[in-house]
Design a binder for this molecule. Structure first.
Ligand code: FES
Length: 176
């Protein structure tokens, strides 16, 4: 065997070993990635917190149901005709965070107002069916919200936020 041939054979062996080692490493990485990616899927209890289904068939007109969603209180208000009218009548009134009532509710489901029950001033929980607008009053520094959850008076700068939600049926709403 010529000396050159011997060198070529050694080189091929080395190349093969490097390739084999790379392929083994790639397979090991792929195997390790599967459980890792699996662990990135949200756990069932996290998913449950991401959204919550609430029965609303038992909420009488004028009443409010309070539920927790993602650690925050959510108010589900079954508005009366009078409350809807009051909110719509004030659509063009001066307010700190102007917003029409119709964009804060779902079309055809105007009787349901769903808002996060945390005052936008410093985070207290407003009390229901009170205040100058017969809707919510924050007891901490006196912010008054109307029947659309809009800030009308007091130091709070923003309306009560509307969370993402959808009606699953006439009597069930999914928040989140
Ligand atoms: S926290 Fe509600 S008015 Fe200040």
């Amino acid at each position: 065997m010529l000396e050159n041939e011997g060198q070529c054979a050694d080189q091929s062996k080395r190349d093969f070993m490097v390739l084999s080692a790379s392929a083994t490493a790639a397979v090991a990485c792929a195997c390790a990635a599967v459980p890792f990616i699996g662990s990135m899927q949200p756990a069932a209890d996290v998913l449950a917190l991401a959204s919550t289904e609430v029965e609303i068939g038992d909420v009488k007109e004028g009443d409010i149901k309070r539920v927790m969603w993602q650690g925050k209180p959510v108010f589900i208000k079954h508005r009366t005709e009078k409350e809807i009218e009051a909110a719509r009548k004030d659509d063009s009134a001066q307010m700190p965070d102007p917003e029409k009532d119709e964009v804060r509710v779902k079309k055809g489901k105007e009787k349901w107002l769903i808002v996060i029950g945390v005052c936008t001033h410093l985070g207290c929980i407003p009390t229901n069916n009170t205040g100058d607008f017969n809707a919510w009053l924050c007891p901490c520094h006196g912010s008054h919200y109307d029947t659309s959850g809009r800030i009308r008076k007091g130091p709070a700068p923003k309306n009560l936020p509307v969370p993402p939600y959808e009606f699953v049926s006439d009597t069930m709403v999914k928040i989140g």
